[in-house]
Write a protein that binds this ligand. Structure first.
Ligand code: APR
Length: 270
């Protein structure tokens, strides 16, 4: 792996990678204490059996939420960032942005830790929304943050305060069965500009994000940083698969580029 890491580090050091596009998933936040979805035993979906759902992903399906929001709020606390600290991997993404090397970041995560680490809002798209706001599922009226945080901590369903509505409050995250943010189609084109793509902490099991790595032009290195293989990464000659924990691989990659101290300092500040 060291030669692969050195090869990618050289791309960055020699100025060959200046428009880095990144796709992140739940695996970059497990180090912050937020379980991912599909890792065996530790992933969220393996832990939902007691809720007796028709299938694990129903907890995030809009049709199921519309009549039974309780399971979502039973697990919301485990997914909500609360006051969690970003990981070294989140700090690495902020460092790429600080060095004007981050062309664009697509995150599937709703925890907002990339932005908390310092990635500028204009450099990222929350493809699956985030926890930063919430509205009534029925009348769409906004719901106060403090009441939402109280409900999440208690694991209870918050209901709309508007007269006679009574609708369940839903955070502005994208449930299965809902469209992605309109910007996704427009931002997808940024992948074609990439001279390096990093795919980090994702199983690439959910479209349309899972299709983004395939849009990368041939000849452009696609680097998977993940505990396991994912998607078609590794099928192209120029692909590099750095299998391991994100924080460990990122620490070694930053070290090879000569950014070890800068990354640690940025992470400590986050
Ligand atoms: N370091 C490296 N890889 C990790 C780490 C880690 N610390 N922790 C987990 N992983 C890997 C897992 O092995 C897995 O391949 O990250 C991947 C996480 O995959 P999923 O749990 O499927 O999460 P993700 O790909 O983000 O899911 C996509 O599915 O349920 C929906 O909307 C939800 O956004 C989510 C989407």
């Amino acid at each position: 792996m060291e030669s692969d890491i050195q090869a990618i580090a050289n791309c960055i050091k020699n100025g060959k990678a200046t428009r880095i596009v990144v796709l992140t998933g739940a695996g970059i936040s497990t180090g912050a204490g937020i379980p991912d979805f599909r890792s065996p035993d530790t992933g969220l979906y393996d832990k939902l059996a007691p809720l007796r759902l028709p299938h694990p992903e129903a907890v995030f399906h809009i049709n199921y939420f519309s009549h039974t929001p309780e399971p979502f709020y039973a697990i919301a606390r485990a997914r909500h960032p609360g006051n969690l600290k970003p990981t070294l991997t989140h700090a690495f993404l902020a460092l790429l942005a600080k060095k004007n090397l981050l062309h664009f970041l697509f995150t599937q995560n709703i925890d907002g830790l990339e932005q908390d680490a310092g990635v500028p809002k204009e450099k990222l798209l929350y493809t699956h929304g985030n926890w930063k706001s919430q509205h009534c599922y029925k009348c769409k009226s906004h719901y106060p943050d403090d009441l939402m945080n109280k409900a999440i901590r208690a694991g209870e369903v918050p209901y709309c305060l508007e007269n006679g509505c009574g609708g369940a409050i839903k955070p502005d995250i994208v449930f299965f069965g809902q469209p992605l943010p309109a910007e996704f189609e427009e931002k997808e084109k940024e992948v074609l500009e990439a001279d390096l793509m990093l795919v980090m902490g994702t199983s690439l099991r959910v479209a349309p994000c899972s299709r983004l790595p395939r849009l990368v032009n041939r000849g452009v290195p696609r680097v998977l940083i993940n505990n396991e293989r994912a998607g078609d990464l590794g099928n192209r000659d120029e692909d590099v698969c750095l299998l391991g924990t994100c924080d460990d691989v990122v620490r070694r990659l930053a070290g090879a580029v000569g950014w070890a101290d800068e990354l640690e300092d940025l992470w400590q500040e986050s």
